[in-house]
Each structure stands twice: as C-alpha cells, then as structure tokens.
Design a protein around this ligand. Structure first.
Ligand code: NAP
Length: 261
C-alpha cells in the first residue's frame, strides 16, 4: 500500500482492464479518482464497484479520448468536481492491427489522435492544475511493442514511440515544478483486450480459448501478467516514494524485453 490520502487522480480507460486495476488501486490507497471510458453504463458500474470497495469519491467522465473536446472536458469536469488534480494516468484502448505499409491516412490520423494527441491534450490540461497543487505525477501506459516492435502492431509502435519522446521532453521541462512523467510498457496482461487481439485478429491465440500456453511460452516468467501488477508500479510511481523517478520508460513484461537496458 502507498499513501495517496488527499490526492486526486484522473485514470483513462478505467472501466476495464489495466485502467480499472489502476483506478481501483489508487482509490484503495486513498486517492479520489475520476474514471474515464466511452461506454457510460460499464463506466458507472466500475465506478460503483470502486466506491463500494474503497469508500473513496469516484467521479465518472464518459468521453472518447480521440476527440479534442472530450480531452478538455475530462480535465475541466474533474477539476470542477474535485477542485484539484495531482495524478494523470494516460491509458485507453489502442488502434487496430495490420500491415504498417497498408494503413491509409485516415487510419494513421485516428491512431495519432488516440495514442499521441490524447496524451498531449490531457497533459496540457493537467500541468497547470498540477503546478497549482505544488506538484504532480503523470504516467503513460503504452506497450512493450513500443520498445520491441512486433509485426502488425505498427500503428501503436509508431505513435507510442512518439509518446515516449514527448514524455521524456515534458519530464525535463516540468521537473522544476515537482511534476514527474514516466511511461510504462506492459507485456502480455490478462485483460479482455488481450483475448480479443490474439483471438479475433488471427495473429495468435486467446487466453480464454485453451491456447493460453502459446501466449505464455514467450514469457520468461512463464505466465501472463495481471492488471494489478501494472497498477502496483503505477501506485509506487505516483506516491511520495516515487518522487525521484522521472523521464523513465519501464517495461513490465515477465522478462520478455531482451535488451540490456
Ligand atoms: N492487455 C495487454 O496485454 C496489453 C499489453 C500492452 C499494452 N496494453 C495497452 O494498455 C492499454 C489498456 O489495455 P487493456 O488490455 O486494459 O484494454 P481493455 O481491457 O480493452 O480496456 C480498455 C479501457 O479503455 C477504454 N477505452 C478504449 N478506447 C477508449 C477511448 N477512445 N476513449 C476513452 N476510453 C477508451 C475502454 O472502455 P470503452 O471501450 O467503453 O471506451 C476500457 O475501459 C491499451 O492501450 C493497450 O494497448 C495492453
């Protein structure tokens, strides 16, 4: 457990999967949380669960982070509701898979809005509020493929590489404001998305359809990660104990990344 009493967090894509685990963990550690997703019914159910389990204030913002106006609304409505902002977790879904040479401009534009411009817009909105609060924490969730590219994941690989560059630069520019910026690159994590990607897209096997062994085989630790294992690192990074870590890009992947650093 970290101590996040008195802190306010915005967690993107938090009705399900990794984002939900992060929102649940931060609330469990004492933060009030604004949760975000497009489908409001599922979002309200997730928020109710977190409220019930943690007793924290949980505010819902139904929004599509691919849209500029929605990014503005996420920041404005959360600030209006809670009166401050200390933590921003950039997370959501991801663009479709396919051969990188075949995507048209519309696909690239969508991917850029989703993976890159959402981070730019939400950080731009959050930084002034964090300065006003005397400091803050920004964590981006990308993927191991941004460091170790995988065929078919090109829209994400290319746009998240941009996020890593953006985050590093931002970390340098706002370090003096006591705001840290870090990026987490998860490997295979047990969520609905993992099953969908590796089942429906025909490039692997879904954990649910009896072929989980194929997915686990390439992981040195021999298993798929749990969303709470990403949330645990996020909790540390946004806590007081994480205060000296900024500009870092960290893989949480059961040992899959093969580079020395
Ligand atoms: N699971 C893995 O193995 C894995 C590995 C590496 C990286 N990642 C990355 O980690 C992120 C989270 O993945 P996950 O597995 O947790 O996915 P997930 O289980 O499908 O959850 C995605 C969450 O984001 C929301 N969302 C999706 N698109 C959105 C949008 N445009 N605007 C606002 N909210 C949106 C979803 O709700 P709505 O659909 O209602 O909006 C949902 O709450 C993704 O970027 C994924 O690529 C995942």
């Amino acid at each position: 457990m970290t101590d996040l009493q008195g802190k306010v967090a915005i967690v993107g894509g938090s009705s399900d999967g990794i984002g939900y685990a992060i929102a649940r963990r931060l609330a469990g550690d004492g933060a009030d949380v604004a949760v975000v997703a497009r489908r409001s019914e599922k979002l309200e159910a997730a928020a109710a669960r977190i409220r019930e389990e943690t007793g924290r204030r949980v505010f819902t913002v139904a929004a599509d982070i691919r849209k500029a106006e929605d990014c503005g609304r996420i920041i404005d409505d959360s600030l209006k509701h809670f009166g401050r902002l200390d933590i921003l977790i950039n997370n959501d879904g991801a663009p479709p898979l396919g051969d990188i040479a075949d995507f048209d401009d519309a696909a690239w534009d969508k991917a850029w809005q989703q993976n890159f411009m959402s981070v730019v817009r939400l950080c731009r909105g959050a930084v002034p509020a964090m300065r006003a609060a005397g400091g803050g924490r920004i964590v981006n969730i990308t993927a191991l493929s941004a460091l170790q590219p995988v065929p078919k994941f090109g829209l994400s690989v290319a746009t998240w590489a941009g996020v890593i560059g953006y985050a590093k630069t931002l970390s340098l520019e706002i370090a003096a404001d006591n705001i840290t910026v870090n990026t987490i690159c998860p490997g295979r994590i047990a969520t609905g998305r993992l099953a969908k990607v590796f089942g429906a897209e025909g490039i692997g096997a879904a954990a649910e359809d009896g072929e989980a062994e194929k997915l686990k085989k390439v992981v040195p630790l021999g298993r798929i990660g749990e969303p709470r294992e990403i949330a645990a690192l996020v909790a540390m990074l946004v806590s007081a104990d994480g205060g000296y870590i900024t500009g870092a890009t960290m893989h949480v992947d059961g040992g899959r990344r093969t580079n020395l650093i």
